[in-house]
Design a binder for this molecule. Structure first.
Ligand code: BGC
Length: 726
């Protein structure tokens, strides 16, 4: 159907046609008629006879029940689909993402005092063309900090700016496990480990929801590729779904109590996510007891009756299936009023829980929301998220070092963010050249890299050459391969040949191949690092900040040495992507197949050094919680942070990957300092999903506990015996 292809964001013919259509016909309308702000909800006296659901002393559930009783069928259906902000016409053919105003909108119901729902994107800052907002580093950068407090601050800043823009539903975070390293939305996610993604999701969602706006965990489920994303099918077995892909969502629902979930474009086992009873009902409602609402991704609704019966609560952004067709289906007896009431309750409950009926939201889309503190936090995230991958006695730089800054990403075209719906209008972007020039006390020259000989000359005349390279990752497109695009590999090789003190800075959203790795002295993975790009990288290069980030996904040595190297796996054959690697996602596959990664999951260097020692493992509690203790020491000469990581290896009979991350902690240490670290392994660490009973089951047996500083450096081992299954 035509609308599906219209949702493409960038790249490709469809998007070009859309841009053309947009510029020709709708831009003038949008500019002339900006989106209407949300209508103010009527504010009846609390508990008044007319609006008894306004009584704050009642439970959200009771308030929802009272309100549902008062609603007409039309009023109920109005809550189950979006409308065009600003009242623009809507047909299959003219779908355009509003560039002004909320990307999803449900008008207020004045009769009943139901506030408008105002939805905006926000993976790395308020999206959808909002002005005067902070451009944060991409979520993958924030996740690389391995610092849940920082990620909570990321969510808090985002939630605050969204709320102050009048947004009461923030379409973030994106928590899918990165299965395919070429995935075009890797930069929007947290990486390849389900447990790790769960920790980050809880931290970010809690932050967003602390500011008033309801968070939205997306994209549910198996949204692991952009290739043919409107029709791709993820063919994946139940155990893998449960143990890998569902895990971050489980954490988001059960620990962070996320208010909304966005069902994805793709199919899971041949059924579209937004009408998939297993995905929406069995997993989400029956297993996880999710009590919020499921909205479709933009254009991911494909039916009326199936979607309504199988668990979709709200169609976004329009009413193609859940407007008049849903009313007709109810009148024809195909969808029961009880089902409609369930959907309405799912929408109303988080609205009551998050106080949307009880507090005014003074913010408007045009409000100025950025603050100096937010700018500073954006820089902090970029500094804390930059991973030092290689350093052969070159970093940190002395202040007077003569530096050549090379490459467009370092000079004329800084790469601060990825493409697609996460796009943020940056208030400014500090280029690496400007950041370095500001910080340096020496000569700083530049070359944009378009001419290899000129770049080599610049490198030759400096003490150190810093080459900035980039990928153009975006929603809507997977990368064709893992190579740096264009002539960038040749650029690095030419610069490294001219100056052995060459440092490569990777402004990429995911892993790239590094054929030049042995020729360069240093490598920094800076991701897409937001508006403070140049200041943050300068702080790292000159050692004002000691790098403390770790990779949240594996960097492979070759294109073939990845878990999803066959076309059957990605992008799929005949529309089906076979998840034959099963549980062996990310580092699990490298370990299971004895494949050497270029840089392993959890890896990152520092300007100091650390050691870990004295692992002790406590006796399991009756529920199978296990406490692990160890010591971590800063063995170097400057303060720095190590990320202690604990992995669990199941007994072979359990059929699990070799070892899996189950706990981690970031520890700040002064030179010579030792700190004890205590970590708790949750019962889930010792469970597997039983596909006969369809339940998580604790498996008695002896488990190995491995501790260290990345998935391939786990020098401390011990065991724990789990006696009985509870
Ligand atoms: C994206 C979502 C986004 C939505 C609204 C979709 O194309 O997949 O992540 O929230 O558009 O912009």
């Amino acid at each position: 159907m035509q609308i599906q292809s219209s949702f493409r964001r960038s790249g490709g013919v469809t998007s070009f046609l859309f841009s053309a259509l947009f510029i020709a016909f709708l831009m003038p309308v949008l500019v002339a008629q900006p989106a209407a702000p949300p209508l103010p909800a009527a504010q009846p006296a609390p508990g008044s006879a007319a609006h008894p659901w306004a009584d704050k002393s009642l439970t959200p559930d009771r308030r929802a029940s009272l309100l549902i009783k008062a609603m007409t069928l039309d009023e109920k259906i109005a809550l189950l689909h979006g409308v065009t902000p600003g009242g623009l016409p809507r047909t299959n053919d003219d779908f355009i993402f509003p560039t002004v105003g909320y990307v999803g909108y449900i008008p207020a119901n004045r009769r009943l005092g139901i506030p408008a729902l105002t939805l905006a994107d926000g993976r790395a800052g308020v999206g959808n063309g909002a002005k005067d907002v902070t451009l944060l580093p991409s979520p993958i950068a924030a996740a690389s900090s391995w610092d849940v407090a920082l990620m909570n601050g990321f969510g808090t800043l985002l939630g605050k700016e969204e709320w102050d823009k009048g947004t009461n539903v923030t379409l973030s975070p994106s928590i899918d496990v990165v299965r395919v390293p070429q995935w075009g939305r890797t930069f929007e996610s947290y990486g390849e480990d389900p447990y790790f993604n769960g920790r980050m999701a809880v931290a970010e969602i809690t932050g967003i929801q602390s500011q008033g706006s309801i968070a939205d965990a997306n994209m549910y489920l198996t949204m692991n590729q952009e290739s043919s994303r409107f029709s791709a099918d993820s063919a994946v077995d139940e155990r893998t779904l449960e143990e890998i892909y569902l895990q971050p969502f489980e954490a988001a629902v059960t620990e962070a109590h996320v208010g909304t979930i966005m069902c994805a474009y793709v199919k899971t086992n041949n059924v579209y996510s937004c009408e998939n009873a297993q995905v929406l009902q069995d997993f989400l409602r029956k297993q996880l007891h999710f009590d919020g609402w499921v909205m479709s991704d933009w254009g991911a609704t494909h039916s009326t009756v199936d979607a309504a019966k199988n668990g979709l609560d709200q169609e976004m952004p329009y009413d193609l299936f859940f407007g008049a067709p849903l009313k007709q289906a109810v009148l024809a007896g195909q969808v029961s009023v009880a089902t409609i009431n369930d959907h309405v309750r799912n929408v109303l409950l988080p609205m009551f829980q998050h106080g949307l009926f009880d507090k005014a939201q003074p913010g408007k889309w045009t409000s100025n929301v950025r603050t100096p503190a937010h700018d500073a936090f954006s820089r902090k995230v970029a500094e804390e998220g930059t991973v030092l991958l290689k350093n052969v006695a070159v970093l940190p730089l002395a202040p007077k070092t003569a530096v050549a800054v090379i490459g467009a990403a370092g000079t004329t075209k800084p790469k601060a963010e990825g493409g697609g719906s996460s796009d943020v209008v940056a208030p400014y972007v500090i280029s690496p050249f400007d950041g370095i020039r500001k910080r340096s006390a020496g000569t700083v020259t530049s070359a944009d890299g378009s001419d290899l000989a000129a770049a080599a000359n610049a490198a030759r005349s400096a003490e150190v050459a810093v080459v900035f390279v980039r990928t153009e990752e975006t929603e809507g497109d997977d990368r064709p391969d893992l190579k740096l695009p264009g002539n960038q590999d040749a650029l690095i090789a030419a610069v490294a040949a001219a100056n052995p003190k060459t440092i490569v800075v990777l402004d990429t959203g995911g892993p790239v191949l590094m054929p030049w790795i042995d020729q360069v002295a240093g490598v920094l993975q800076a991701w897409y690092s937001g508006q403070e790009d140049g200041n943050a990288i300068a702080a790292i290069l000159f050692g004002d900040v000691n790098p403390a980030a770790r990779l949240p996904l594996t960097f492979p040595r070759t294109a073939q040495a990845i878990p999803t190297a066959t076309p059957e796996q990605w992008p799929g054959v005949g529309g089906h992507s076979q998840y034959t690697e099963k549980l062996n996602v990310g580092y699990r596959w490298y370990d299971a197949t004895n494949t050497d990664p270029l840089f392993p999951f959890g890896f990152g260097l520092s300007y100091t050094t650390f050691s870990v020692a004295n692992l002790t493992v406590g006796a399991p509690t009756p529920q199978a919680k296990v406490t692990v203790h160890l010591n971590v020491t800063n063995t170097g000469k400057r303060a720095g942070a190590e990320v202690v990581q604990v992995y669990v290896a199941h007994p072979a009979a359990n059929g699990e990957p070799p070892h899996q991350l189950r706990a981690f902690a970031k520890v700040l240490l002064n030179p010579g300092q030792t700190k004890p670290v205590s970590l708790t392994l949750e019962p889930r660490s010792f469970q597997t999903f039983d596909t006969t009973t369809h339940k998580w089951t604790l498996q008695p047996g002896t488990y190995q506990i491995l501790a260290g500083t990345n998935s391939r450096d786990l020098p401390l081992t011990s065991t724990v015996t789990i006696a009985t299954a509870k």
